[in-house]
Structure formats: structure tokens, C-alpha cells
Ligand binder design. Structure first.
Ligand code: C5P
Length: 251
């Protein structure tokens, strides 16, 4: 039986063991199965690289359900993700991947760090979408890198980078469509990938913490920028509204 079917049918047999990593938005636990991890979403929201942190009730539950919903949509288009099964409101069981230390950003509209690097008008439409790579390294503040750095520094093979580029454009089309049907614009997003037995899988999470989503008509911000920019909106209500609008019902 493959790992997914095994976990689905033996959900109760996965036992949480030790905390192996605590990030800004998730805690990762090992389990009794060395191929499987548990991700526990946190209530924390951080800005200025973790210098300022605030807890929000329900944020852990919304992000877990939203991520699970989006990851399942993506896997329904034959893209492999690390998701195995929901464990609880704020926890999900995933495959243990060997993570690639690169953040992959796709941009459909100009916002965020792009505005600081290029003389481009804020909110302008980018066509074709821009794909950017950032080396995950806190000490170096995640510098932007290109395909040559990725390959020459052995961060990823040439073949995998080719595959990831294809997958990212496919995911962008799938997600743009889902959001557009809900009168929302997918501005940009960040994803991470990893390997399991040499195969590529989408890992980490997709949430409104690592994507930008605006209302299609008013261009109102509905993602973490509400918190980053200290806008006068309820960030959790906004996360909930986006989830509900795309059909991921949160009570
Ligand atoms: O800040 P920047 O404009 O480069 O961010 C692009 C996208 O990547 C945004 O959706 C942001 O939320 C996400 N991002 C992230 N983690 C980072 C940097 C950016 O999720 N470390």
C-alpha cells in the first residue's frame, strides 16, 4: 500500500513524538513513522522578520484548513504535495521531505519587495508572471538568486529546477482561476518544495501569510499585508472571508 493510503487508513496509529522545529507560523513534530511529520499551525503572526509577534485566535485553524483545501486542489491536478491527512483543526499529517532551501515566488501584480528593486508602478499587471528564487538563509536575509546559483551551489539539480518552473506556472494558473471565480486577485505567492525518495513534492504551506490576495473590484488587501502595514482591518476576519469565498468553509 502506498504511504497516503496507509496513513489514511491508519490515521489513529500516527503518534506525535518530539518537537523538531519551531518556525514563525508552524511547529514541526516527528512521529512514530520516520517518513511522516505533523505540522501544527500557530496563532502567531509576525512582521519585521519576527521582531514583532502577535497571537490571533483561530489563525492556526484557518491557516490549517485553508492550506489543506488549497493543497488538495493542487493535487487534484496531478501535482504531488506532502499532505497526507488532516489530524485536527490546527494540525496536519505530512510526508517528511528533504526540503530544498529555496523560496519560489510567483508574481502576477507588482507589490512588496519587487517595488524596492525595480522602477515599476505599484499594482501594475505583470505579464507573463515573474518567477523569483530566494536562498533560504536567515543570516543572509534570504538573498535573491538565479538558476545558476541554484545549480552551481548544489541547492537543486537542473532537472528539478526545470520541473519546478513548470509546476509553479501550472499552480499559478490553477490558483488564479480559483481566486478569480471568488472575485479575488492572486497578486503573488511563495512556495517551497522538497524531495521524497528522489521525487519532487510541494511542501511547506500555502496560506494568506505567504501570498497576497486582493478583492477584484476594490483592490482591498485581504492577506497578511493588513498586519504588516497595520491597516485598519481585522486580519482574521479577512482570512476567513477569503477562505469562505473560495469554498473552504470556516465556521
Ligand atoms: O516580500 P515579497 O514581495 O518578496 O513577497 C512576495 C510573496 O512571498 C508574498 O506573498 C509574501 O507573503 C511571500 N513571502 C513569504 N516568505 C518570505 C518572503 C516572502 O511567504 N520570507
Amino acid at each position: 500500500m502506498n504511504l497516503i493510503l496507509k496513513i489514511k487508513s491508519n490515521k489513529m496509529k500516527i503518534k506525535k513524538k518530539n518537537k523538531i522545529y519551531q518556525g514563525k507560523s508552524k511547529i514541526i513534530y516527528s512521529t512514530n513513522n520516520s517518513d511522516v511529520l505533523i505540522l501544527k499551525f500557530k496563532k502567531d503572526m509576525s512582521r519585521l522578520n519576527g521582531k514583532y509577534i502577535k497571537k490571533f485566535d483561530n489563525k492556526d485553524i484557518i491557516n490549517n484548513k485553508f492550506n489543506y483545501y488549497i493543497m488538495n486542489k493542487i493535487s487534484s491536478f496531478n501535482i504531488k504535495t506532502h499532505i497526507l491527512s488532516l489530524l485536527s483543526d490546527n494540525q496536519v499529517i505530512v510526508k517528511k521531505l528533504k526540503m530544498i532551501p529555496i523560496e519560489f515566488v510567483v508574481r502576477n501584480y507588482a507589490y512588496g519587495s519587487l517595488l524596492k528593486r525595480f522602477l515599476i508602478k505599484e499594482r501594475s499587471f505583470i505579464n507573463p508572471p515573474i518567477l523569483e528564487f530566494f536562498f533560504k538563509n536567515d543570516g543572509l536575509k534570504d538573498p535573491m538568486i538565479n538558476e545558476y546559483h541554484c545549480i552551481s551551489f548544489n541547492l537543486i539539480s537542473e532537472n528539478h529546477i526545470k520541473k519546478i518552473k513548470k509546476i509553479l506556472y501550472k499552480i499559478n494558473n490553477i490558483l488564479k482561476d480559483i481566486f478569480y471565480k471568488a472575485e479575488l486577485i492572486l497578486v503573488d505567492f511563495k512556495l517551497e518544495f522538497g524531495l521524497f525518495n528522489g521525487d519532487l513534492f510541494l511542501g511547506d504551506e500555502f496560506s494568506l501569510d505567504n501570498s497576497r490576495v486582493w478583492d477584484k473590484n476594490s483592490f482591498k488587501k485581504m492577506d497578511k499585508d493588513i498586519f504588516r502595514e497595520q491597516l485598519n482591518e481585522n486580519v482574521i476576519e479577512s482570512y476567513k472571508e477569503v477562505a469562505n469565498r473560495i469554498g473552504c468553509l470556516i465556521d
